[in-house]
Design a protein around this ligand. Structure first.
Ligand code: TYD
Length: 424
């Protein structure tokens, strides 16, 4: 590691807390009879002590600013705090720094209690050695004091790297002799970070993450969703992606057959009703051919760059549909797929289980059936048995989810399985 200690500012560096802060400042302005400032001014409230900003931008006195903060918090503590998201790559960065033995801490002008709540909410508290925030009652804080308080006793500031998105962060770090990295994706104005003496400046969080990890970004997570036609995968995949994105994970969403131009063309051949009468062997080989290209062009590169790949169907579908549905047998289907997948295996598979009658009902409401969906009932019974076999063969990887419940209940289960895998 280049540095022993890594100190991070919070708002605008770790988390995009802008929405909740802007809305809560606007709420306080309205309630106190001030005109709500435009977004540019509201953004100035993100990062520095609120007290100073109320005085500067609303022309308030000390006492008025104090009162404005009380009104701001009426909305912020219960609602605004959670109107935030982590920047892409942040959990992976904190986890990796922590695992590599670096000391990782937060130094922020945000109240301590809020930092503790938010880091717990986002599940990053476990990677932090210290959190240096402010007292709820003490509204102004010198960033240098916050930085020093974040370091363990006896640590030399020269051994620390500070990451922040505002000139106050960078100037304080440089004044103490720390290395300073500017997060230009936060709330800085153009040129602010370079002018304040930052040693490095990054316009996007994934680039900063890569630099801090010295190019050694941990491999991402490969998540697949499986299930018979009509089980409701698409709705769930979109929800899972939004959740992971808010939690600071970079997500690559893809599907099989398809996922890249060549494989999408193969998909058309497989699923078209014009391909009626295609032999089972040809079908299995085409699925494998599409997979071979998809793995190389999309899945592997995304995993390498640390992304979470969510793939709508993968090899398990070939086992269920071709080995069982088409009765080709598992051995042959695995053989056919060996050159396509190599050693690649999903880290987590979410198998949505739904009884056939409900699946049929759901499908009747959707698009007209493709070639596979037009199969006879006994085919789908075999496919369902195939999926059960997939689960029985690898119950640690394949999680069965009861998809007959409400969208929200199913989504919660998926989040909990994926969340657990990310924490391992
Ligand atoms: P798609 O429209 O993506 O269906 P769904 O929305 O249910 O996932 O079409 C994919 C079809 O291809 C689906 O019927 C399952 C089938 N399939 C296989 O038979 N073998 C495979 O290896 C894969 C990936 C899919």
């Amino acid at each position: 590691m280049k540095h022993r200690y890594y100190l991070f500012d919070f708002d605008g560096t770790i988390a995009d807390t802008g929405d909740g802060i802007r809305k809560s400042v606007a709420y306080s302005a309205e309630k106190l009879g001030y005109a709500v400032p435009d977004v540019e001014v509201l953004n100035r409230f993100i990062g520095p002590p609120l007290h100073d900003s109320y005085m500067k931008y609303f022309g308030m006195t000390d006492a008025q600013a104090e009162h404005a903060i009380t009104v701001y918090r009426e909305r912020y503590i219960d609602i605004g705090l959670y109107e935030s998201s982590l920047y892409p790559g942040i959990p992976a960065l904190l986890k990796a720094l922590h695992a590599r033995g670096a000391y990782v801490a937060l130094a922020s002008a945000k109240p301590q209690m809020m930092l503790e709540r938010l880091t717990k909410y986002f599940g990053i508290d476990k990677y932090l050695d210290a959190i240096s925030g402010t007292d709820l009652k003490r509204h102004s804080a010198d960033k240098k004091d916050l930085l020093m308080a974040a370091l363990p006793g006896g640590a030399k500031p020269e051994d620390a790297c500070m990451v922040g998105d505002r000139c106050f962060d960078i100037e304080a770090a440089k004044a103490l002799g720390m290395y300073a990295v500017g997060a230009d994706y936060g709330y800085s104005v153009p040129g602010e970070l370079a002018d304040s003496g930052a040693d490095e400046v990054y316009a996007a969080s994934p680039d900063m993450v890569e630099a801090l990890l010295e190019g050694d970004v941990p491999r991402g997570l490969f998540v697949t969703l499986e299930g018979s036609d009509g089980c409701g995968k698409s709705t769930q995949i979109d929800r899972l992606k939004s959740w992971l994105t808010q939690w600071g994970y970079e997500v690559a969403l893809t599907r099989e057959p398809g996922g890249c131009p060549i494989s999408e063309r193969i998909r058309e051949v497989i699923l078209s009703l014009d391909s009626k009468g295609m032999s089972a062997e040809c079908e299995a080989l085409l699925y494998a051919a599409s997979r071979a290209e998809h793995v190389r062009e999309v899945i592997e590169p995304a995993l390498k760059s640390g992304k979470i790949v969510i793939c709508d169907r993968f090899l398990d579908s070939s086992i269920a549909y071709q080995a069982y549905g088409r009765e080709l047998g598992e051995d042959l289907v695995r053989q056919i797929n060996a050159p396509a997948v190599g050693a690649l295996k999903p880290d987590v598979t979410l198998l949505l289980r739904l009884d056939r009658a409900t699946a049929r009902e759901r499908m009747a409401k959707g698009a007209p059936p493709d070639r596979l969906e037009s199969e006879r009932e006994d085919f789908f019974e075999r496919v369902a048995r195939g999926f059960e076999a997939v689960h029985d063969a690898d119950p640690k990887r394949v999680h069965v989810i009861d998809a007959s419940r409400s969208i929200e209940e199913v989504a919660r289960d998926l989040r909990s399985v994926v969340g657990e895998a990310l924490n391992n």
